[in-house]
Design a protein around this ligand. Structure first.
Ligand SMILES: Cc1cc2nc3c(=O)[nH]c(=O)nc-3n(C[C@H](O)[C@H](O)[C@H](O)COP(=O)(O)OP(=O)(O)OC[C@H]3O[C@@H](n4cnc5c(N)ncnc54)[C@H](O)[C@@H]3O)c2cc1C
Length: 442
């Protein structure tokens, strides 16, 4: 019998692991491990944890609907696996690959436990559009792409000749074992799944988006006050929706290029995390000693006196959502105008974002902070006030999140408040000076 472990792939169709199980013809036991490490610091009460657990609850229901058994265990993955392999005749453990340092170490430990029990440990690539090894062969490049535009061109060519279609295999076609798992008390969930509202179905949202808003995405994607983007990402990061489904539902639609380009962007950051050995340690490579956390609290509480920044942080704190343009403004403001290390903002987003993803979050924070291989130039410091006036000309977004400024005119509402913690012009000049030193310290 095989053991399939769900991770960031909380769905019951189009999974590389399901294709593999179907092909093998073997019976399989299906497991989701809730890892206490990933819920430390009460993340189950933060938006990112609530999103994941809401999707876990939805997955449980889907298994139930298919009359299949999904076992849920709570504990260190290697301990859970050890207990299961001790009790059951399992010859192979199957899961999907992940590239964060924590995931790599976890999988190293799981491989070790599997080996001790004489079982195979198979990791499959599921959550990227491209398969990285064939892609690397296809590029014929010595080394990897460091710049997105060149990567993007090759990515499109590669998918033209190496399509990665949605799999027709779904849970109902697998021989899922009906055996009960008898795990000891220590592996029982310390909370009830019912405490988490099951996440909504992403399929109808995807369908609506590709039939409607996708054609305006290229022109309107930055106009955050009118909700121009798909808002599918919380489903994608939990794996309730596969990237193949997103790509294949959009690729033949007119004017879908810009949206597809964003999917390539996601693959690009995942690809960087695989090939750039410094991806997770740039903060140790640069000299960031000129930066400090003086203004961090004002930033995360939305009390900087720059209306668009405060509005976006209030939205984030309350809902876990923040549009991409606002993430850029708020990250550049923190790292550049407030001269705060990017890692503090990165960690704050980890707790707060509904669609938090370690690799994508880090790549974007580094881009904003002008660090790493694919970074904005150090002298790029966007002006939050002019961007606010450009993308939200009536100030509707600010009025929604800062009702105390409702009375101000469309012209006044974007302007720094009298008690703003920094002067945008002066802090921009200072940031350019400091970041010139930082980027040259590598
Ligand atoms: C500082 C900062 C932090 C971020 N943190 C995260 C994070 O933790 N998790 C995360 O998934 N994204 C993150 N992003 C990227 C981006 O903001 C979100 O992917 C996007 O806002 C999701 O919105 P949407 O669901 O409407 O997707 P759409 O705008 O409809 O885009 C479709 C898909 O394209 C991908 N995408 C879009 N923008 C980007 C981007 N800039 N980089 C990589 N992929 C992108 C996403 O997978 C998304 O599902 C961050 C961006 C910044 C500037």
């Amino acid at each position: 019998m095989k053991l399939f472990i769900h991770r960031k792939d909380l769905r019951t169709h189009d999974l590389a692991g399901f294709d593999y199980l179907k092909e093998s013809g073997a019976e399989s036991l299906h497991l989701l491990i809730i890892d206490p490490f990933l819920l430390r610091k009460h993340r189950e009460k933060e938006h990112s944890g609530i999103n994941f657990l809401g999707h876990a609850h939805r997955l449980m229901r889907q298994y139930h609907k298919h009359q299949r058994e999904l076992h849920i265990a709570y504990g260190k993955p290697e301990d859970v696996l050890d207990a299961i392999l001790e009790q059951y005749e399992i010859d192979e453990v199957v899961a999907h690959r992940d590239f964060t340092p924590y995931a790599r170490e976890r999988d190293r430990k799981l491989a070790h436990v599997a080996k001790q029990h004489g079982a195979e440990f198979t990791l499959l690539l599921d959550h990227m559009m491209i398969h990285v090894e064939p892609f690397t062969d296809f590029t014929g490049k010595d080394g990897y792409y460091k710049v997105f535009s060149a990567f993007h061109r090759k990515w499109l060519d590669f998918l033209d000749t190496n399509p990665n279609p949605v799999s027709p295999v779904s849970l109902g076609e697998l021989k899922v074992s009906k055996q009960k798992l008898e795990l000891s008390e220590q592996f029982k969930l310390p909370f009830a799944m019912d405490d988490f509202k099951p996440a909504d179905d992403p399929q109808s949202k995807l369908e609506q988006f590709v039939k409607g808003k996708i054609k305006d995405y290229g022109e309107e994607r930055d106009y955050y006050a009118i909700d121009p983007s798909s808002e599918l990402n919380p489903h994608l990061v939990a794996g309730a929706l596969s990237v193949r489904e997103m790509y294949s539902s959009a690729i033949d639609r007119e004017q879908s290029e810009e949206w597809i380009r964003q999917i390539a962007f996601r693959d690009f950051y995942l690809y960087q995390a695989i090939y750039d050995e410094n991806y997770f340690q740039y903060e140790k490579k640069y000299d960031l000693s000129a930066l400090d956390d003086r203004h961090f609290e004002a930033w995360y509480k939305g009390e900087t006196g720059i209306p668009v920044i405060d509005a976006s942080m209030r939205q984030l704190n309350e809902t876990g959502c923040m549009h991409n343009r606002l993430r850029i403004l708020s990250a550049m403001f923190l790292t550049k105008n407030l001269q705060c290390p990017f890692t503090l903002g990165e960690q704050y987003f980890r707790r707060k974002l509904l669609d938090y993803d370690n690799i994508i979050n880090r790549g974007n924070w580094m881009w904003c902070a002008s660090l790493g291989v694919n970074a904005s130039p150090y002298f790029r410091v966007v002006n939050a006030v002019t961007q606010s006036a450009k993308y939200d000309p009536e100030g509707d977004y600010i009025r929604q999140w800062l009702p105390e400024l409702k009375h101000l005119s469309a012209k006044e509402i974007h302007q720094p408040r009298p008690d703003a913690i920094v002067d945008l012009k002066k802090s921009r000049a200072a940031a350019i000076d400091v970041y010139k030193g930082i980027v040259n310290s590598l």
